[in-house]
Design a protein around this ligand. Sequence first.
Ligand code: SME
Length: 157
Amino acid sequence: MKDVTYQELQTRYRALIEEETDPVANMANLAALLKEAFGFWWVGFYLVHHDSLVLGPFQGPVACTRIPFGKGVCGSCWKWSAPIIVPDVHAFPGHIACSDVSASEIVVPLMQQDVVIGVLDVDSEHLNCFDDTDRQGLEELARLLVENSQFSLNLLP
Ligand code: SME
């Protein structure tokens, strides 16, 4: 069921970004699509800016603006260049709590030519909300975003 929703989202997102290469516009619409389709608590982006991740377009409550390399779930995803599923955020050492309501979380990297340029972060108010279907679905959406957008990079030296 969830996989069908992701497939539908991918089709809609492809059409949305077909003629748009602006990364902010494309990140903003992806956050909105995901929030609307699944009702997640928080959906948004952090982009690599030298030694930190800086908050980008998002849907949901106010969030922390900067996350250092290797810190929290997002900084760990950047460090490991790999998606992270956290069934219970309180059990993840170093988790950064932007909201007390968040209970589980998934973070997937935005990869450009094997380099992490940012992350897509999704939070749920329910424990154990995310699984491999979400990972695959979000990774594909992240791939479409990067492939179709002209990101200007401020990567680590
Ligand atoms: N929980 C994240 C911080 C970002 S907020 O969830 C929006 C982390 O540990 O990196």
